[in-house]
Design a protein around this ligand. Structure first.
Ligand SMILES: [Fe+2]
Length: 359
């Protein structure tokens, strides 16, 4: 069965594009005669961007701290209940922030129209009604959350996305000016998420001409940004990074991620390590699986003087290792993509536990 991927309806790209937010949502406001919910990364509270939200007085603005953990089902349910009880159904949700805020905006849009807990909808095509209009404005680039059909949530039992056509944003505004203040280490980790998406997408059985076309272009941009003569956190490279992130996301949508992401989900679920950072911690140890990709990744690490933690696993007991490996083991489509149809013979619990022992 071939994927029938729903792309973003509209994309605005360019420096200063953020200033077009109000006029972009004007029609949606008129149609629904209602209000908008803003979910904004708490990092921007009191900062310049918070004065440029172009909101109306009837809108609700939530500054959300994404630092303590990645978005949870409990958090989305509570936010949904609060919004509905305060003002009823909004015209739409506007998310301004990094990958976690993108996921919150997408999940909230769906949960505003679907009853019960979001834990009921973790998985593929479980959502019953389309969500409200939702618009994403990334302020850090790399996760591909702006284009993906998944809103990743951590629940009491699993870390798994609400995944369906309706998850995809109606509108995305890509303004490279917004990513210019990202600290260097996070500029690196999040950009490497894109790089790893492309390496994993092309190294597996679900790779095809469609995914490869996006992946190759995204990899070309990543190499210019992180390894080229003009490598570094410049305006020109930020213009490229926003596009690389989008194309990396499109590449994996038409293919699949692989071993690094499977292991990363286990690490994040059990220890709460943030996605992009977890990927970097893991990818450095996968040279036997992705030799060229890991070698190039190490050159990038050196060039930007990034130091990644080593020997983390010495503090993990068997129970922790088994818990992490179980989460990873239960992502068969990633192992299948990476290792082919006999993946069950390779990606056993013992094998996965040993991957965690490398960290
Ligand atoms: Fe990723």
């Amino acid at each position: 069965m071939h994927k029938n991927f729903k792309n973003i309806d509209n994309v605005t790209y360019g420096r200063g594009a953020f200033s077009q937010l109000a006029e972009t949502v004007e029609l949606v406001r008129k149609e629904n005669k209602n209000y908008f919910v803003y979910v904004v990364d708490n990092y921007f509270k009191g900062k310049e961007l918070a004065n440029k939200l172009q909101n109306k007085k009837e809108d609700l603005i939530y500054f959300i701290d994404v630092d303590p953990h990645e978005p949870t089902t409990e958090q989305i349910d509570a936010l949904r209940d609060e919004i509905i009880s305060k003002k009823g159904l909004p015209s739409g949700v506007i998310g301004i922030g990094g990958g976690s805020i993108m996921d919150i905006a997408k999940a909230l849009s769906l949960m505003l129209t679907n009853e019960g807990s979001s834990t009921l909808y973790q998985g593929l095509n479980l959502i019953k009604k389309p969500g409200v209009y939702h618009l994403g404005i990334p302020t850090i680039s790399g996760t591909g959350a702006e284009v993906s059909m998944t809103a990743v949530l951590t629940g009491p039992e699993k870390k798994l996305g609400l995944k369906c056509d309706s998850t995809v944003f109606n509108q995305v505004i890509l303004d490279p000016e917004l990513i210019s203040t990202v600290p260097l280490d996070w500029w690196f980790y999040t950009g490497m998420d894109t790089y790893i998406h492309c390496i994993e997408s092309e190294s597996g059985i679900r790779n095809n001409a469609f995914s490869l076309a996006y992946g190759e272009q995204s990899l070309k941009l990543c190499r210019e940004i992180y390894l080229g003569e003009k490598a570094g956190q410049t305006n020109e490279n930020n213009d490229k990074l926003m596009v690389a992130s989008l194309m990396g996301g499109l590449s994996l949508t038409y293919s699949e991620v692989g071993v690094c992401h499977a292991v990363s989900y286990g690490l994040s679920k059990i220890l709460g390590t943030r996605h992009c950072y977890a990927n970097c911690i893991i990818f450095q140890h996968l040279e036997d699986i992705y030799p060229k990709g890991v070698s190039e990744f190490k050159q990038m690490i050196q060039k930007h003087k990034i130091e990644l933690p080593q020997n983390l696993s010495k503090d993990w007991d068997d129970k922790t290792l088994t818990a992490m490996a179980t989460v990873s083991f239960n992502l068969p489509f990633m192992w299948n993509h990476a290792f082919g149809d006999n993946y069950k013979e390779i990606a056993t619990m013992d094998y996965i536990i040993n991957l965690f022992r490398r960290l």
